[in-house]
Design a protein around this ligand. Structure first.
Ligand SMILES: *Cc1c(COP(=O)(O)O)cnc(C)c1O
Length: 357
């Protein structure tokens, strides 16, 4: 039976991936040297399609990593001078804080309970932060932040770099890149690609910071230091042998999303999210986890189940619908439903029909 994945990563593959992968194999693209003109063309296309889809300005760079987790470590090494500030309201926002701590920094965190937005008006901070991270869409809880609030907060710390974890909401989020210094995602969520590629979009202020930190003699890592990434990106290459098939598929899927139109993708995402939220709000066996409607994520819908979810997940799986479990401490008690571009309105209707009974 063909399965439909509503899991928030790895997730359902974008419908055109199968055909693009076969095409890449047929053309033997994945055996070519990563120093060849053929690879440079694949790389350049992926970069330009990502930038166009996300509305990224000319003077921002796109760097490739193995995952978003790696990007956290590289940001910690290359962009964090003294004090970072982390708004923690779930597992992923927490993880960046933990990684920076493991690197030997002493980051600050402003915590709020799971299922709530962040506190944009924290008590006075002991240090003025030089890097502020926002997790735009907390995949563990289904909470989305307001970009306007982020821009307002940033105005208080004009010197700080603002980094945006967009892993489970890009390309849906319409980011104003004049307000953000770096944004990042990995491809196995909303882009509907096989896992194994992290993408960082870094602006001039982030690159200047990285250059200053390196010039001060600090350890910024080796092959994936920003200087090394930049040197190769200027040639449409990567320092190491990259995940060529992933870079190729990213370019192709972004091209498909561009032909569909980002506004169309956003409208469909909202329509599917509304159907799911409306259904769960009126069904007595479920309770929406995120109480404030404006905090509810359009791309990851989280609901509490009345009973342990095991029987329900198995019943859905028997029908070919694979739904995400609660994350971490919420395992067994919640459904997490990915509403990514790869799932159709028809898929969502089928899921709702099965959940109705
Ligand atoms: C999945 C996820 C990550 C981690 O991505 P990896 O590719 O597994 O490193 C980070 N942040 C958020 C919000 C995520 O959903």
């Amino acid at each position: 039976m063909k399965k439909t994945f509503f899991t928030p990563g790895p997730a359902a593959l974008y419908p055109t991936v199968h055909q693009h992968l076969i095409e890449g194999l047929t053309q033997q693209l994945f055996s070519q040297s990563h120093r060849s003109a053929a690879y440079q063309s694949i790389h350049a296309k992926a970069v330009s399609h990502v930038k166009e889809l996300l509305g990224v300005p000319e003077n921002f760079w796109v760097f490739f990593f193995s995952s978003a987790t790696e990007i956290w470590e590289r940001l910690g090494q290359n962009c964090l001078d003294q004090h970072s500030l982390h708004f923690v309201n779930g597992s992923f926002s927490r993880r960046f804080f933990d990684i920076v701590t493991a690197l030997g920094h002493a980051p600050e965190k402003v915590e709020t309970p799971w299922g709530e937005s962040v506190n944009f008006d924290p008590q006075s901070l002991p240090h003025s932060p030089d890097l502020i991270n926002f997790t735009l869409n907390e995949t563990s809880t289904g909470v989305s932040l307001s970009l306007e609030e982020i821009y307002r907060f940033r105005a208080k710390y004009p010197e700080a770099l603002v980094t945006l974890d967009m892993v489970s909401i890009a390309p849906y989020a319409a980011v104003d890149w004049s307000q953000v210094d770096a944004g990042y995602f990995s491809v196995q969520k909303c882009f509907g690609l096989p896992a194994g590629l992290g993408v960082l979009i870094a602006g001039p202020k982030a690159l200047e910071r990285a250059a200053a930190i390196q010039a001060s003699g600090r350890n910024v890592g080796s092959y994936h230091s920003f200087a090394s990434l930049l040197k190769y990106a200027q040639k449409n290459q990567t320092p190491e042998t990259p995940n060529i098939s992933a870079v190729y598929l990213l370019g192709k899927v972004c091209e498909d999303m561009l032909s569909k139109g980002i506004e169309q993708i956003r409208a469909e995402t909202r329509e599917k999210a509304d159907m799911l939220y409306d259904f769960f709000a009126q069904h007595p066996s479920y309770e929406l986890f995120v109480k404030t409607p404006t905090d509810r994520s359009p791309t990851v819908i989280v609901v509490n189940t009345r009973d342990d979810n095991k029987a329900l997940l198995s019943r859905l799986a028997a029908e070919g619908l694979i739904v995400g479990n609660g994350y971490g401490p919420m395992k067994g008690k919640q459904l997490r439903i990915a509403n990514f571009p790869a799932v159709s309105l028809e898929d969502v209707r089928r899921l709702i029909n099965l959940l109705m009974n």
